[in-house]
Design a binder for this molecule. Structure first.
Ligand SMILES: *Cc1c(COP(=O)(O)O)cnc(C)c1O
Length: 356
């Protein structure tokens, strides 16, 4: 009898599956979702679009209307090309598959978004991560030295970084882009909460690609990511896109909703506001050390993080336990900024857990 062990690639056999816990009816502050439902006028639009959608037909294979909407909504510079993905995870996968020549490597920093390493592995590529410096800052010199040794085909930088929440210094990012032997992909998943971007550098940096996603903005369920960059790179990457990767409803809804993004941007502004309140409340708790954040989540350190995580869970609040995932994240937990009410529930549960 043939078994998976006989046929599945050795590196895939070694992988542990990406685990997403079931939140049940807990307060869900683990996944960087926008806590607010879509505002009413947009919900009406969703029904209307869904009713009229030609679901008997395949989606527009080039997603041309959606892409032109995204060009203006995301201020993609003229002359740059865009590709869309089923979430930005799929874009990372397309980039890696395109570059996976024998021996080609992916590089990033650590700690960072785990999908960079996982997708590099899926593509059969080597992966190297350069430790972040003090305060999780990007160490451009260490990065440049490592790029000279490993000659990565692509460097991924999350800006702001996940799970640390900080924006790297813009000059350090630029130094890495300038010295990289290959592509640099700046992943701006948290752009709505940070306000800084590398988009305006695409024209002067021909080895730069910028990724965005609608997930953290309030449309995680649509699964829509995009990448912008020079047409010559995008033409190759787009060949790896499966023909109808972004379904009809996602294309139509994203196109219509991003025509009037004000309501979602107002929610992002409310989340930024709530972030500073949550940060201050965490700083005031004895034994709790939050890290400054430019994203919609806050990383904090607390003694006995495993026990605190379990205590929160038993009180009905699900956050993310990062303790044990990386030496630099020992005793670290990550909480997504929720509504003021959810943040209050979380803080109450945290106080109760710390006092227990
Ligand atoms: C959440 C996240 C993404 C995920 O994007 P999807 O578009 O939902 O696939 C990408 N990059 C980073 C750094 C993230 O934290």
């Amino acid at each position: 009898m043939v078994s998976p062990r006989d046929l599945v690639r050795e590196d895939i056999l070694q992988l542990s599956p990406y685990h997403v816990p079931d939140a049940g009816c807990m307060v869900k502050l683990d996944a960087m979702e926008n806590p607010y439902a879509l505002p009413e006028p947009l919900r009406a639009l969703v029904s209307e679009v869904a009713r009229e959608a030609a679901l008997n037909r395949y989606p527009d294979p080039s997603a041309s209307r959606l892409k032109s909407r995204l060009r203006s909504a995301m201020a993609i510079p003229p002359g740059m090309e865009v590709a869309v993905g089923n979430g930005s995870d799929e874009i990372i996968q397309m980039i890696c598959l395109a570059l996976a020549r024998p021996g080609a490597k992916v590089m990033s920093v650590e700690p960072t978004f785990v999908m960079f390493r996982m997708i590099a592995t899926y593509a059969g590529m080597g992966y190297t991560a350069v430790p972040l410096g003090e305060g999780f800052a990007l160490d451009a010199d260490a990065m440049i030295r490592a790029m000279e040794v490993h000659r990565p085909a692509v460097v991924f930088l999350a800006y702001p970084n996940n799970p640390t929440g900080n924006l790297f210094d813009a000059d350090a990012v630029d130094a890495v882009i300038g010295r990289a032997p290959g592509l640099v992909v700046v992943d701006e998943a948290y752009h709505a909460f940070a306000g800084r971007t590398c988009m305006d550098r695409l024209a002067s940096r021909p080895n730069l690609l910028v990724m965005r996603t609608l997930s953290k903005l309030g449309l995680a369920g649509l699964r829509l990511g995009l990448v912008a960059g020079a047409p010559a790179w995008l033409a190759e990457i787009d060949k790896l896109r499966l023909p109808y990767n972004v379904n009809t409803l996602s294309q139509l809804l994203a196109e219509r909703i991003m025509a009037e993004p004000e309501a979602l941007l107002a929610q992002a502004a409310a989340i930024r506001e709530a972030r500073s309140g949550l940060f201050q409340a965490l700083s005031r708790l004895p034994g709790v050390d939050p890290y400054p954040s430019d994203a919609n989540f806050i990383l904090f350190r607390v003694a006995g993080a495993d026990r605190v995580f379990a205590g929160l869970k038993s009180r009905g609040v699900l956050i993310k336990n990062l303790s044990g995932s990386h030496p630099r994240l020992a005793d670290c937990l990550r909480v997504t900024v929720g509504t003021p009410e959810e943040n209050g529930t979380f803080l109450e549960a945290l106080r109760a857990t710390l006092a227990a």
